[in-house]
Design a protein around this ligand. Structure first.
Ligand SMILES: NC(=O)C1=CN([C@@H]2O[C@H](COP(=O)(O)OP(=O)(O)OC[C@H]3O[C@@H](n4cnc5c(N)ncnc54)[C@H](OP(=O)(O)O)[C@@H]3O)[C@@H](O)[C@H]2O)C=CC1
Ligand SMILES: O=C(CO)[C@H](O)[C@H](O)COP(=O)(O)O
Length: 472
């Protein structure tokens, strides 16, 4: 009987493309899906692409598991949440000691950690692997962030590194740490993705409303920027989205799309994780908040009726200012994202390699960009310091924060919402300020709650002589 090198359950968009990618790299793959119709559709697709010989379709779960050679590596790519737990329970009776489940959806990292802990005593390995790159990436090379059982990682390593994107010949797949480490890193990847997308949207808003630019003119600028320091997948696709024309009306498609952004959870999870660990990630938080405000269209319409449309005229910024502002904002956002990862690594004992993470984000994933190569090089030099104090990025920030300031100021005066860019600027200004204003907050806390404050050279738990009555 032919045995498969690997198995995959869940043949929707991501699973079917990953399976085709695996087959194309020469591995035999057994496939299964809850609804058998999807298996038939997949087999047709595999035939059309000349890959049917590498595919073993099995609608019966027991037969599917039997078709995979031992120790088994079984990818599950089903809807995140309860379906993953249900799938694990269905698989368990068929698995044997040493086999592993590799869950590749966008799972909450604490769920992955729980599943890892649940399966470990049963002798079943559990790998939580974040996969980024959408449909195209899954088919031709995603970025894969793996966490979980190290021993079983080695069983699947060849397949996963072979199907991942390559940057200068290096695979964009790496084992990052135990338990939920891979899914944590994928979550923060998505948080950074939210920040990038929001900052790009804010700059588009200034171009559209402050500079009176039509979508095609904006598209041309993004195309141009993609040749410079902002070179990245998101800048590239922004150019295409802005240039697209709606065939039935002949109008720019972007002007017809409702301004309500969806979100599936990873941005919120990133913001919550950052807050829980006490790491400021204002760009991610701002981006999540901006999506939430966008979804409240009815409220925004009502509020505009009360306050009127923005009345300010042309924005006093150039396209060069916008390009530099975006670069500075992105550096701050990535500095925050990596700081969250560094803290999570310490708290969970994951030993997350920041340089490797930057490296596997250089190709395949949604946030792939030129400057991730610079970040990988910076982190490779040693410590996990905040990027804002790493020499290469200090130079970049010194060159570009003035433009960020100018754009944020123009936004405030010109009534453009720049939630994410202004959050990035305020973080930068707070981070670089040796004397802040929290001395006043400590005084207030002591006044109303006797929480104590510190005075250098005099001790930590000091109290003020505050008035006992107010009002005079
Ligand atoms: N779409 C994207 O661009 C990206 C998605 N992801 C993540 O990858 C995962 C898969 O995404 P996608 O391909 O879009 O598919 P969906 O998230 O739409 O999930 C559909 C798949 O899940 C299966 N499924 C749903 N419920 C169950 C259940 N209770 N038991 C068994 N199977 C079930 C479906 O089976 P059936 O056919 O029977 O309904 C189908 O195969 C998700 O976690 C997603 O967040 C990650 C990166 C990018
Ligand atoms: O993981 C992804 C890309 O990396 C998915 O496309 C995800 O759906 C994006 O998040 P959201 O739907 O919340 O915008």
């Amino acid at each position: 009987m032919t045995t498969a090198d690997i198995g995959l359950i869940g043949l929707a968009v991501m699973g079917s493309n990953l399976a085709l990618n695996i087959a194309e790299k020469g591995y035999t793959i057994a496939v299964n899906n809850r609804s058998p119709a999807r298996i038939d559709e997949f087999v047709t697709m595999a035939k059309e692409q000349g890959l049917a010989g590498k595919v073993i379709p099995k609608a019966d779960l027991a037969e599917f598991v039997q078709a995979v050679s031992r120790p088994r590596s079984i990818i599950i790519m089903v809807k995140a949440g309860a379906p993953v737990d249900a799938m694990i329970e269905q698989l368990l009776p068929h698995l044997e000691q040493g086999d592993a489940i590799i869950e590749c959806g966008n799972s909450l990292f604490t769920d992955t950690q729980r599943r890892f802990d649940y399966l470990k005593p049963k002798g079943i390995g559990y790998l939580g692997a974040g996969v980024s790159g959408g449909e195209e990436g899954a088919r031709h090379g995603p970025s894969i962030m793996v966490g979980g059982s190290k021993e079983q990682w080695h069983n699947a390593e060849d397949v996963l590194t072979a199907i991942a994107a390559k940057f200068n010949g290096e695979s964009c797949c790496a084992y990052l740490g135990e338990g939920g480490a891979g899914h944590f890193v994928k979550t923060i990847h998505n948080g950074i993705e939210y920040g990038d997308m929001q900052m790009i949207a804010e700059v588009y808003g200034v171009m559209r409303d402050g500079l009176g630019m039509a979508p095609q003119a904006c598209a041309d600028v993004f195309k141009e920027w993609n040749r410079g320091p902002l070179n990245s997948y998101l800048i590239e696709i922004t150019g295409h989205v802005l240039a697209a024309i709606d065939e039935p009306t002949g109008k720019p498609l972007v002007e017809l799309i409702l301004d309500k952004a969806g979100q599936k959870g990873t941005g919120v999870w990133s913001a919550i994780a950052a807050q829980q660990m006490g790491v400021p990630a204002t760009a991610i938080e701002g981006a999540v908040a901006a999506r939430s405000i966008s979804s409240r269209k009815d409220e925004r319409i009502a509020a505009e009726k009360i306050y009127g449309k923005r009345s300010a005229g042309k924005a006093d910024v150039t396209l060069a200012d916008l390009e530099q502002a975006l670069l500075a904002g992105k550096i701050v956002s990535y500095a925050q994202g990596f700081a969250v990862i560094a803290k999570a690594s310490d708290e969970n004992g994951w030993k997350l390699p920041l340089s490797t993470i930057a490296k596997i984000w250089r190709a395949g994933c949604i946030i792939r960009s030129r400057f991730l190569d610079q970040m990988a090089a910076a982190y490779a030099k040693g410590d996990n310091a905040n990027l804002l104090i790493v020499p290469d990025f200090v130079t970049l920030m010194k060159e570009n924060h003035g433009a960020l300031r100018k754009v944020v100021a123009a936004g405030a005066v010109g009534e453009f919402p720049l939630i994410c860019l202004s959050a990035a600027l305020s973080y930068f200004d707070s981070y670089r300020q040796a004397q802040g204003t929290a001395n006043l907050i400590q005084g207030q806390r002591d006044f109303f709650g006797a929480h104590g404050f510190e005075i250098e050279g005099r001790g930590k738990d000091l109290h003020g002589e505050w008035p006992s009555t107010l009002g005079n």
